[in-house]
Design a protein around this ligand. Sequence first.
Ligand SMILES: Cc1cc2nc3c(=O)[nH]c(=O)nc-3n(C[C@H](O)[C@H](O)[C@H](O)COP(=O)(O)OP(=O)(O)OC[C@H]3O[C@@H](n4cnc5c(N)ncnc54)[C@H](O)[C@@H]3O)c2cc1C
Length: 488
Amino acid sequence: MSSNSDQSSFDRRSFLRWSGAAISASWLGTRAWARPQTEAKDLPQHLDFRRPPEQVYDAVIIGGGLSGLTAASALNQLGNHRVKVLEVRDRVGGRTLNAATAGGGVVELGGQWVGPTQDAVLNLMASLNIDRFPTYNIGAPVNDTSETLNAVELLDYWQAIQRIDQMAQTVPLNNPWDAAQASQWDAMTVQDWMNANMATDAAKSLIDFTVQVDFGGPARRVSLLWFLFYVHSGTNFNTMSEKAQRWRVVGGTQVISLELANRLGQQVELNAEVEGILWDDRGALIHFGGGRLIGAKKVIVAMMPKDADRIRFFPNLPSDRANLQKLWSTGQGDKYFAVYNTPFWRQQGRNGIAYSDNQFIVLAWDNSPPSGSPGILGGFPILEGSNRPPTKALRRRLVLRSFADFFGPEAYNAIDYHEYSWGLDPLTEGCVTPLEPGLLTAFGPALRQPVGPIHWAGTESSTVWCGYLDGAVRAGERAAQEVHALLP
Ligand SMILES: Cc1cc2nc3c(=O)[nH]c(=O)nc-3n(C[C@H](O)[C@H](O)[C@H](O)COP(=O)(O)OP(=O)(O)OC[C@H]3O[C@@H](n4cnc5c(N)ncnc54)[C@H](O)[C@@H]3O)c2cc1C
């Protein structure tokens, strides 16, 4: 094939000859296939789109995280479509990742909890026969913070939460950029709002703590409009910050994706990095896996906007979508786990929860399996920039020291230790989203607006429980419905 040297030979006849019966007539339609408008000089040397595609699918889904797998599964249920999922990693699940521990336990290195009002993920789990169990919460937490809120500070805190909930309810879930005060709220950070509306530093610190944990970045970075949208999307402040951690998934959250992939079988292809997409209004050619090419009538990109920015598009995406992807803010997301023969803190009447403002771990919890054996403690640090301790040995020491400070010296007797830093994972550009001021009003509508044959899933495109497992499921279902409605 002389495709590189003689691209003008890539006319309709040769395309049909090359691709043969694999291409359905309905995809090409009655109009001739023509190269998308992109000039040949714009195509990079290393992505060869001029060969015939191996296969043509009704829908190709890029990303085998929970959202992409849900989209594939929903498309299978909606119609007799030819569907393919391409996943860069050698595993499915994306930001859900289980690790087996000593003593037969499992830790969730990514997303972990589910809670009330998260009906999409709860229904999906039920349909896959995956059970949940309550997060262990019997006993008292450890408060390792230097100050306890006094009555004035508590009042300040509760009044602020009340106002946040009131403001959040005025932010429309489908189009937060159209909120009456959208431009004002998107021009300021959560910290700006707290400084103008709250009286005490202690109460402000408590809200900042929630923002750090739930958004992966400090209140001084996060857009107030994004924060309010997120709170509304997660029902209200209390549901988002507390009830969303009510249950865990038996076997760890990655089992949801593993079970979906199991049912999708050959439709899921691993080790398949999508490098480029050539598209026009009638379809797309997808370059993946270091040189393979398939065609698609429709494409669903199921990942965080920042991750989609690694894919090259020909022609370029419209500037609002391109900017959304390029400028999307990402947060650090580190999780640490120590494994013990028994959950020794339970004998002390402790529920495993600890808050601290003077240890490496600022929030700890009981991460043991339903049987309580082995005993597992999980912990979040607050990391900014490059202040992550440089070696695993040092981090392990700091984690165990934190747990020992909370629950006593037995915490040094860990039989296993696990950690994960999502901010350092080259395939996931961060954890959850501390979106900075200005982005939502400038480029927000591009979150779900299809571009030619390309539709967008991934939890960040969900209107409900945006950023959560539940949002990933909802976004996958919504994108599948969009695509199904357009397929012949
Ligand atoms: C530390 C942490 C804690 C969390 N805690 C919770 C929690 O307790 N509860 C909760 O509800 N949510 C939690 N979340 C969020 C939750 O995990 C995510 O919302 C959800 O997993 C996102 O799913 P997704 O399919 O939208 O995206 P992802 O899981 O990111 O999936 C995207 C997929 O696309 C693949 N991909 C990327 N680029 C390409 C490419 N070029 N070609 C092919 N494939 C590609 C990736 O490998 C990945 O598999 C947490 C997340 C993290 C990181």
